[in-house]
Structures are given as structure tokens and as C-alpha cells.
Design a protein around this ligand. Structure first.
Ligand SMILES: Nc1nc2c(ncn2[C@@H]2O[C@H](COP(=O)(O)OP(=O)(O)OP(=O)(O)O)[C@@H](O)[C@H]2O)c(=O)[nH]1
Ligand SMILES: [Mg+2]
Length: 217
């Protein structure tokens, strides 16, 4: 049997699991919230970021990874994260929580401002090692996601899809939506060829993602 393209990321081995655990058990400090490109901290270390539609679960995933309940603000109100929030993960990495895209309810001028900032950041950050693009397990890849994935292709930023809220779906529903995501990813040269399935609520996939991040240097 040939492997399906875009398989789920394998479970980490003990060594990588431990590296991931140690990285996230160590210091994680909020550095700053950035509202315009000149405010970005110096690009002096590797960076990973979490991008995705409003309410997909970016901030919740950062909290689950770090085991700190309210490090990144998470909420029921889409459009909650309104700045690019930088966290120092140990001494050698930045972890970045981005404002969501695709949220139509906020004032137009505000949305335009976040979107422009988000796009400039994704296109122009040299130290950005990988963008984790979160996709809601219930919804799959939407048109607004396509726009971001295409922008990442053009900027040659490798992105890896992380499916969120898997606890909200049955296994068959999950498989069906995963197939939709796989078909969408096949068109994107910048897509990293493994998908991570997560639930910030239940903890699924969190160790795997910690190990992946610890392995990026
Ligand atoms: N059941 C379940 N709910 C989740 C999960 N992850 C996030 N949520 C909920 O989804 C909502 C949005 O989560 P956030 O983490 O604030 O989403 P966000 O992507 O940071 O949103 P913005 O900052 O607005 O872009 C919250 O009510 C979370 O509790 C999950 O794994 N399972
Ligand atoms: Mg958020």
C-alpha cells in the first residue's frame, strides 16, 4: 500500500518527546505585543508562529503546549488576539501568537489593519522557521485559509497544518474532513507533508507538537 500524502505526524520517540517536554517546561515569557512591523523584536533567533482563522484555537493551543492556562489570552469572542504576541521559548526561540483572519464582525478598518500586519509578518520575517496553520477539524480548509496558504507558498515559508478541536468530532467525521484538508494541501508547495491532530481541551497531539517544535533549529 502506498502511503497517503499528508499522513499524520508520527508519535515522537522517547528522546524527542523528552526534548519537547523540557523545552516547554522551561521558561516561556511574554515579550511584547506588536501592532506594526517596526515594533517586531530583533530577528536574532528562530521563530515559529501560529496562524489560523479567528476562533480556531491558536491561543488555546499555546496555553496547552506550555501548560499555562492563561499565557496567551483565549476566549469565546472571535477576534480576541489583536496584536502579534511574542513569547520567548527558552533562550533560542520565539513563539508567536497571531491575530486570527477571516473574522468579519469587527470594524472594517480594524480588520484591515490586522490583516495587513499579519500578511507583512508572514511574508517578511526572515527568521520564521515554520508557520503552524491551524485548521478547525469541523470545518476543514476554507477560502480564507487558501489565501494565507498561497501567500506562504509565495513567500517560501514552510507551513504545517495543525487540526484543532478534534474532541468535537467522531472518528469518521474527522477522517472525512482530514481528506478534504489533504486534497487542499496537495496544491501547496510550501506545505510540510505531515499533519498534526490536536485537542487543546483533552491534550491530544500536544506532546507531538512539542517534539516537532523542539526539533526545529
Ligand atoms: N472543545 C474544544 N474547544 C477549544 C479547543 N481549542 C480551543 N477551543 C475553544 O475555542 C474558542 C477559541 O479559542 P482561542 O484559543 O481563543 O482561538 P484563537 O484562534 O486564539 O482566536 P482569535 O485570537 O480570536 O483569533 C475558545 O472558546 C476555546 O475554549 C479544543 O481543542 N477543543
Ligand atoms: Mg487568539
Amino acid at each position: 500500500m502506498t502511503a497517503l500524502p499528508f499522513p499524520l505526524a508520527p508519535e515522537p520517540d522517547d528522546f524527542m518527546r523528552e526534548r519537547g517536554r523540557l523545552l516547554f517546561a522551561g521558561p516561556v515569557d511574554f515579550v511584547k505585543g506588536v501592532v506594526a512591523m517596526p515594533g517586531l523584536p530583533p530577528a536574532d533567533r528562530i521563530e515559529i508562529c501560529f496562524a489560523g482563522r479567528s476562533n480556531v484555537g491558536k491561543s488555546s493551543l499555546i496555553n496547552a503546549l506550555t501548560g499555562r492556562k492563561s499565557l496567551a489570552r483565549a476566549s469565546n469572542t472571535p477576534g480576541r488576539t489583536q496584536e502579534i504576541n511574542f513569547f520567548a521559548l527558552g533562550d533560542h526561540r520565539y513563539m508567536v501568537d497571531l491575530p486570527g483572519y477571516g473574522y468579519a464582525e469587527a470594524p472594517v478598518a480594524t480588520v484591515m489593519k490586522w490583516q495587513a500586519l499579519l500578511k507583512s509578518y508572514l511574508q517578511g520575517r526572515q527568521t520564521l522557521r515554520r508557520a503552524f496553520v491551524l485548521i478547525d477539524s469541523r470545518h476543514g480548509v476554507k477560502a480564507v485559509d487558501e489565501e494565507i496558504l498561497t501567500l506562504l507558498d509565495r513567500s517560501a515559508v514552510t507551513f504545517q497544518v495543525v487540526m484543532t478541536k478534534m474532541d468535537k468530532l467522531s472518528r469518521p467525521e474527522r477522517e472525512k474532513n482530514l481528506d478534504q484538508v489533504r486534497a487542499a494541501l496537495a496544491k501547496h508547495p510550501a506545505a510540510f507533508p505531515e499533519i498534526v491532530m490536536t485537542s487543546s481541551e483533552k491534550g491530544d497531539g500536544v506532546e507531538t507538537l512539542r517534539a516537532i517544535i523542539a526539533g526545529l533549529e
